[in-house]
Design a binder for this molecule. Structure first.
Ligand SMILES: Cc1cc2nc3c(=O)[nH]c(=O)nc-3n(C[C@H](O)[C@H](O)[C@H](O)COP(=O)(O)OP(=O)(O)OC[C@H]3O[C@@H](n4cnc5c(N)ncnc54)[C@H](O)[C@@H]3O)c2cc1C
Length: 398
């Protein structure tokens, strides 16, 4: 009988050892100081730079970046991807915006450190790690989202660099960012066959303009369309080589989808705690509402699904740490964890009666924030397509 690599992998243990628990306590301690600020921040459009710098000072934006750029250490050396999962879960349970900042900074800083010349990395990476600036990621276009290969933004070769044209849309952080890791199609040259390539575009370059969307959630982070009109990018801001852009994105997607799962269950776990307390105290018909199984069973179901989803997320990350394929598991996480988190949030809202509908509680804001996670980085349908492909093969699913 043959087994696949995944079947033979018994990691992770069904509990975390002391080292991970100690790490989780450290992150939780930081997050617990920012629980109350979640709702006011969710209602503002200003970027929470104070929070960003506080995270930088604590070291939470430098997990994956080496010490020479101000980071705490690299993945595969001082840290694992499981550590990053813990960061996202604990931060999101305290305050969703902490987790969102950690997500982007702990993705972009290590990428820039790895692929840029040291003098360019020196200009960009320390500021991300300290929380003084942020770099967005631009893949989506008006005509290509799920089907990223249909992108039209392009780069033409000129002396000393490239000239970029096109539109990137739906770019989180863009209203506040210093620049964007921008995926466009580079033309073929004598030395290179071209193809999708990542460029670091500074937002103060000539030819860059932005237009911000009015969104129901993620308000302080902002989301913009970014227009590139003959934007010159020097050769030393090509990230990972001409034609290597897709490989770069795809190599990160499995990781990002896995931690998005933990971000969403983290937010939902906070909502559950609020609701559990309410169900013990709110009286109806002479009893706490939690005494009615019509209500308590909805909480029991939500708690069970959230627990299943978070362990599926850690399973995906531990496969990553064992250098095994985790594409299928990451897609399962991205779809299932966001779905059960949204379901749990709706349960929590209904359990609060009319107060659940109000903006005085954080539940409506949490629902809007997790809804954004459900769509970004691939919709549920796209995740199911990835899972189906791994079960049935591309020759069947297309
Ligand atoms: C809050 C938020 C933040 C975002 N941040 C960023 C960011 O920072 N950077 C960035 O580049 N992008 C970002 N995005 C964009 C996001 O990645 C895209 O919205 C997503 O990939 C879907 O693309 P689309 O919106 O063009 O939808 P489409 O691809 O047009 O899909 C529309 C619908 O059709 C369905 N569909 C498409 N193809 C198939 C198929 N083969 N089978 C079944 N159904 C299918 C989809 O599931 C969806 O329901 C963000 C989006 C949101 C909501």
């Amino acid at each position: 009988m043959t087994t696949t690599a995944n079947e033979t992998t018994l990691q992770p243990p069904v509990f975390f050892g002391e080292e991970y628990q100690e790490f989780a306590r450290w992150v939780r301690e930081f997050a617990s100081q920012h629980v109350e600020s979640y709702l006011p921040i969710a209602q503002q459009h200003d970027y929470p730079w104070d929070l960003s710098r506080a995270m930088g000072e604590a070291g939470l934006l430098g997990i994956g970046t080496s010490e020479k750029y101000g980071g705490m250490g690299r993945i595969g050396e001082e840290f694992t991807k499981t550590h990053l999962g813990i960061v996202h879960e604990e931060l999101a349970e305290g305050n969703f915006y902490l987790a969102q900042m950690a997500y982007t900074c702990n993705l972009t800083a290590p990428l820039l450190e790895r692929f840029l010349d040291p003098e360019v990395a020196e200009e960009w990476v320390p500021g991300i790690v300290s929380g003084d600036h942020i770099v967005a990621l631009g893949l989506t276009e008006p005509g290509s989202g799920s089907d990223a290969a249909a992108m039209r933004a392009n780069a033409k070769r000129v002396d000393g660099g490239w000239v970029l044209n096109g539109e990137k849309t739906s770019i989180t952080f863009a209203p506040h960012a210093k620049g964007m890791i921008t995926f466009v199609r580079a033309e073929a040259t004598e030395n290179n066959k071209g193809g999708v390539t990542a460029f670091l575009v500074s937002f103060d370059s000539d030819g860059v303009t932005r237009q911000t969307f009015a969104d129901p959630g993620w308000k302080p982070l902002g989301r913009s369309a970014v227009f590139l009109d003959d934007v010159f990018v020097p050769d030393n801001r090509v990230i990972g080589g001409i034609g290597e852009g897709f490989r770069l994105v795809m190599s990160e997607f499995d990781y990002t989808r896995s931690v998005i799962g933990l971000m969403s269950t983290g937010v939902a776990k906070r909502a559950m705690k609020i609701t559990e307390s309410y169900a013990k105290n709110r009286q109806a018909f002479g009893k706490p509402i939690g005494a009615y199984q019509g209500l308590s069973f909805t909480l029991a179901e939500a708690a069970t699904k959230l627990e299943a989803a978070r362990w599926l997320s850690y399973r995906a990350l531990s496969l990553a740490d064992a250098n095994e394929s985790f594409t299928k598991e990451a897609a399962m996480v991205k779809w299932y964890a966001t779905e059960v988190s949204i379901e749990a949030l709706r349960t929590c809202i209904v359990a609060h009666g009319h107060t659940g509908y109000s903006e005085e509680l954080p539940l409506q804001a949490m629902l809007r924030d997790v809804s954004g996670l459900e769509i970004g980085e691939g919709t549920p349908q796209i995740q199911k397509l990835v899972i189906a492909r791994s079960l049935l093969g591309r020759e069947v699913t297309g």
